[in-house]
Write a protein that binds this ligand. Sequence first.
Ligand SMILES: Nc1ncnc2c1ncn2[C@@H]1O[C@H](COP(=O)(O)OP(=O)(O)O)[C@@H](O)[C@H]1O
Ligand SMILES: [Mg+2]
Length: 244
Amino acid sequence: MIKLTNVDKQYTDHHALNQVSVTFPEHQTTVILGPSGAGKSTLLRAINLLERPQAGQLTIGEQTVDFSQPIANKEVLALRRKTAMVFQSWNLFPHLTILQNITAGPIHVLKQDKAAAEAVALKLLKQVGLEETAHRYPGQLSGGQQQRISICRALAMNPEYILFDEPTSALDPEIEAQVLRILQDLAKDQHSMIVVTHNMEFARRVADQIIFVEDGQVAFAGSSTAFFNRPTQRIADFLDAMKF
Ligand SMILES: Nc1ncnc2c1ncn2[C@@H]1O[C@H](COP(=O)(O)OP(=O)(O)O)[C@@H](O)[C@H]1O
Ligand SMILES: [Mg+2]
């Protein structure tokens, strides 16, 4: 389980997270929705300690840290290993082959044997239908293919949770569907996932839990069914605004 308790993040001129308390259950998919600037990325980045809130607690599994206290480097590294992030732009290493991109973390961070890491990487590539790209470079692949590779790279680290920050917003609709289908398969396999997306159809079909964030606050946390039943006027307005 990942749990945030009273998490507060203040940028110089913006209160990005305002006393956020939320739980992300294991083996479930939580979809985070909300308008641009709501604090969704800040929330994900706080879980991965890419962003350091000023107050509140973060629990991942057995480990809890208090953001108002100094956090030892060892603790930061241990927490980071429990999650892997997939970003909107796929930032693969351009000078490494696809296989090297996927195995770099397992070999250098997890100290896995090279042959074993490569075997896992090839299996993951097969799962996303890209085994033939193993020896190519990222620049030779399309955006959608590179995003599927980033998902493999995250999975290869065997994280407890995978965090996706708008993983399809830079892709064409047809390619977006391909990538979302991979996320749906991961959800069916009971991976623990947190997905920030603007794709309502994905949220409706795949989310076990929906979190609606606005102005740095959690304005709704509950089932997908409850969310799409338009529980508040604000959520009804948001859902209407997402239609054209
Ligand atoms: N590094 C930063 N410094 C100052 N303000 C920031 C920084 N990162 C984000 N913000 C502000 O915090 C708010 C929330 O940002 P973000 O979490 O990226 O929102 P979302 O992902 O929901 O669009 C925005 O108003 C944004 O401008
Ligand atoms: Mg964002």
